[in-house]
Design a protein. Structure first.
Lengths: 211, 211
C-alpha cells in the first residue's frame, strides 16, 4: 500500500497526525502541491480528483479522502481508538467531526479559495467545470470562523478534549482546521478564547502534531 | 431515548431510512419544521443548534447530527452493516459519504438557502450571527449539482450500488440529497443519466425509502 501525501496542506496533515498517534508506518509518496504536481497527468491517473491525500491499496482500490483513510486504519488497528470506543463516543465524535468540517474547515476554505488568485476559476476544491471566485464569501467564512471559535471555546471550558477526557480524531480535525485558518491569516482565536488556547497548546505539544 | 424528527427535511430522512433498514424502533418526537417549532425556546433548550434530527440518550447526552446518529445505532446493532463490514468497505463508504455531503448535498443547500426568502439572513444552516444570502451561489450550486450527477452516473454504470454490490449508508445519503435537490427544482438528473436513473429506481423501491 502507498499513501500519497503532500506538505503544508490540511487534509494530508490529518492523516499524518492520525498515523503518528497510532504508530503506524506506511510507504509514502510525497506529491509536490506547491508546484502543482497533483494537477499533472501522472497523479491524475492515480486520483482523478487530483487531491491529496489518497491511499492506494495493494488490490488497486483507492481511498481518496483523509477521514476515510483514517477510518480504514482504525478498522485495521483499533487501538488506541480515535473514533470512539463505544456507541455514545462514536456518535459524539462523528457529530463533532461533521461540525468541525462544515462550520470551521469549510469556512476557512471559503475564505482561502475565493480570495487567493491561484484559485481563480477553481473556487471549490475537487474537479469541477470552471467555478468563479465570489469575494463576498471571504466575509462569510470569517463570520463562521469567529462564531465557531466561540462555540468551541465554551465547549472546551468544560472538558479537556473535544469528546471528553480522551484525545480523539475530533481533536486532530479541529487542530488542523484552526492551524490552517491561522496560516491563511484569519484572526488567531487563541487571542480571545482562553479555553481554546489551553486546549490548542496541549494538543499541539503531542509529538504527532509535528508529523 | 428519544429521536427528535421532522417531516420533509433531508437530514431527518437519512435517519428514518437507516432505522427502517436496520428494523430499529425508537420513540419519536416530531418537531414541526414548517411552522418553525425547531426555532422556539422549547426545542432550543434541547438542541442549541435548533436543527433536526437529534437523538437524546437516557443519560442526557444529545447526538445532534444525522450521520452521527446512524453511526451510534450501527455500533449498537451492527447487522446488517451499512457503514461497511471490513476496513476497505469502511474506507470507501466514508469517502463517498464525505463526497456526497460536500459535492452534492451542500451544493443543493447552497442554492436553497441563498434563494428562498425565508432564509434571508440565515443563509448557512446552523446557529450563526446574521449571514446574508449571496445570489451568485445559486449558480455555483447548480454547476456542482450537474457535475456531481455526471460523476455518480459514470460510477453507477459499473456497479449496482455506490459502494459495490451491497446497499449502504452511501446510497441513503445520495438518494436523500438527490431527492432534496429535485424537490428544490434543480434539474432532475434521471433525465440525462441512465445508470443514475436505474440506481435511483431500485433504491427508491426499498420500503425504507418511504420511511
Amino acid at each position: 500500500m502507498k499513501l500519497y501525501d503532500g506538505a503544508w496542506a490540511p487534509s494530508p496533515r490529518r492523516v499524518r497526525m492520525f498515523l503518528a498517534e497510532k504508530r503506524i508506518d506506511v510507504e509514502r509518496v510525497v506529491v509536490d502541491l506547491k508546484h502543482g504536481e497533483h494537477l499533472r497527468p501522472d497523479y491524475a491517473g492515480i486520483n482523478a480528483q487530483r487531491q491529496l491525500p489518497a491511499l492506494l491499496l495493494d488490490d488497486g482500490t483507492l481511498i481518496d479522502d483523509s477521514i476515510a483513510i483514517c477510518r480504514y486504519f482504525e478498522a485495521l488497528h483499533p487501538d488506541p481508538p480515535l473514533f470512539g470506543a463505544d456507541p455514545r463516543e462514536i456518535g459524539l465524535i462523528e457529530a463533532w467531526l461533521r461540525r468541525i468540517e462544515h462550520d470551521c474547515f469549510q469556512a476557512v476554505v471559503l475564505g482561502f479559495r475565493n480570495k487567493v488568485s491561484v484559485f481563480a476559476g477553481r473556487a471549490v476544491s475537487g474537479q469541477w467545470p470552471p467555478i468563479e471566485q465570489i469575494p463576498a464569501l471571504v466575509d462569510r467564512g470569517r463570520c463562521m470562523w469567529e462564531a465557531f471559535a466561540a462555540v468551541l471555546d465554551a465547549h472546551l471550558a468544560e472538558r479537556r478534549h473535544i469528546a471528553g477526557d480522551l484525545f480523539t480524531m475530533a481533536d486532530i480535525a479541529a487542530l488542523v482546521a484552526i492551524d490552517f485558518g491561522v496560516a491563511t491569516r484569519l484572526p488567531d482565536p487563541r487571542d480571545r478564547h482562553a479555553a481554546l488556547a489551553r486546549w490548542h497548546a496541549e494538543v499541539s505539544a503531542r509529538p504527532s502534531a509535528a508529523a
